[in-house]
Design a protein around this ligand. Structure first.
Ligand SMILES: [Fe+2]
Length: 401
């Protein structure tokens, strides 16, 4: 079989109302679909990919370059993907990673539950909803009940409205423990089973009246690069030179909080006190620049996981002493004051992945979220792979750590 260079790539078409990608000349948010050049081949593309990967480093490099540049890649038709192959791929995309797949399951992706890893496949975990089958890649009679829901929202849609197709974004985030390990460069999601049924309506439910339609079972994205480009010159200078400090054990810290109905940001308080949080390792606490520079393209992304931030350090030049902000309301107002500019239907990409597709995205440039759907649409099964980044995020200027 051929190498990546022999496969065709296609940019996802935008609808007339869509604005994602338009504001940046570097095309940061084009979705590319890699397709098998020999469509009548009986060999799944994945097997071709994995076999060439182990012979041809160039192919891995091509794929890595494609994700850094285009941000979201859908590799079509990867049916019956072995979780071990998915783990091999995610590690080869960050070949210097020290992650051997032994990290705590509940730290890796920022969600407050323990997802199940596939034996022998490192950090490849099963996500989804409903009954996963009698034997799903070695997992027997498993039913997922706790991943997709609106428990986190301050006012979830009423049961009847949800059953009729009204839903919310679950939780906007990037994948990172924000304590200890560095964020994964890329996230790789393989779609084993998708629900089906009429489109759903995602409500912002924040007084804006905004809604958007989506087929069930898709992942939504917005680009933090496109967001950065929306800032004024003064704002860019401020965020270029500023940084954030995340809370120790940040997801434990917010365990009692509630999300705004948009799935972006926290409504009110409910954070654990320092005493309740307990002991922590100061060396594991993360301070990251607000702006992350793409190592290949130089794109700048405003990449701040606002719900986990404990302190802001604000300054507009390297000569300035930073102003330290510790008030949670002020922290949230600052971050959401920026991120709300892109939380609009026209800037949100619903990646059109189908069963058998593998979605790989640049976790240093994007926010993403799941979207819940009624059980009657059927079960959803996904295998998600990530790995501790070998090098963490770098800002435009050194920050004061
Ligand atoms: Fe995620």
């Amino acid at each position: 079989m051929g190498s990546l260079t022999s496969w065709s790539t296609n940019a996802l078409k935008r609808k007339p109302k869509d604005k994602w990608n338009v504001s940046n000349v570097l095309d940061p948010f084009v979705l590319v679909i890699l397709m098998e050049d020999a469509k009548d081949s009986l060999e799944p593309l994945w097997q071709a990919l994995i076999s060439t990967i182990f012979r041809a480093t160039d192919d891995v490099n091509s794929l890595r370059e494609a994700v850094w540049r285009h941000k979201v890649i859908i590799v079509k038709g990867q049916h019956n993907l072995d979780p071990k192959n998915q783990w091999d791929l995610i590690r080869r995309l960050d070949p210097e990673t020290k992650d051997e797949g032994k990290s705590l399951n509940d730290h890796r992706n920022g969600l407050l539950f323990r997802a199940r890893c596939f034996p022998g496949a490192g950090n490849v975990r099963l996500f989804g909803k409903g009954f996963q089958g009698e034997d799903h890649y070695g997992m027997k009679n498993r039913t997922i009940t706790r991943w997709l829901n609106h428990d986190w929202h301050v006012s979830p849609p009423p049961k009847e409205a949800f059953e009729s197709g009204i839903t919310r974004f679950q939780r906007w985030h990037f994948d990172a423990p924000l304590y200890g390990d560095e964020p994964t460069w890329f996230t790789c999601l393989w779609i084993a089973k998708q629900p089906s049924g009429p489109d759903l309506t995602v409500e912002w439910a924040d007084g804006s009246g905004l809604t958007m339609e989506t087929p069930p079972g898709l992942t939504a994205f917005f680009s933090s690069v496109q967001l950065y480009d929306m800032l004024s010159q003064d704002e860019k200078e401020l965020v270029d030179h500023s940084w954030v400090e995340y809370a120790p054990h940040p997801f434990k810290w917010i365990h009692g909080c509630k999300s705004r109905n948009t799935g972006l940001g926290i409504a009110g308080g409910g954070h654990l006190t320092e005493e309740e949080l307990g002991e922590y390792d100061p060396a594991a606490v993360k301070k990251y620049p607000m702006v992350w520079v793409n190592p290949r393209t130089g794109d700048k992304a405003f990449q701040v996981h606002g719900i986990c931030v404990r302190r802001l350090y604000l300054r507009s030049s390297t000569n300035e002493q930073p102003r330290v902000v510790e008030d949670i309301t002020e922290i949230h107002d600052f971050i959401l004051g920026i991120q709300h500019r892109i939380l609009k239907p026209e800037y949100i990409l619903l990646a059109p992945a189908e069963e058998g597709d593998m979605v790989i995205w640049d976790n240093y440039s994007l926010f993403h979220t799941a979207i819940d759907y009624p059980e009657k649409y059927g079960p959803r099964s996904m295998h998600k792979a990530d790995t501790g980044g070998s090098i963490g995020p770098k800002g435009p200027v050194p920050i004061g750590i």
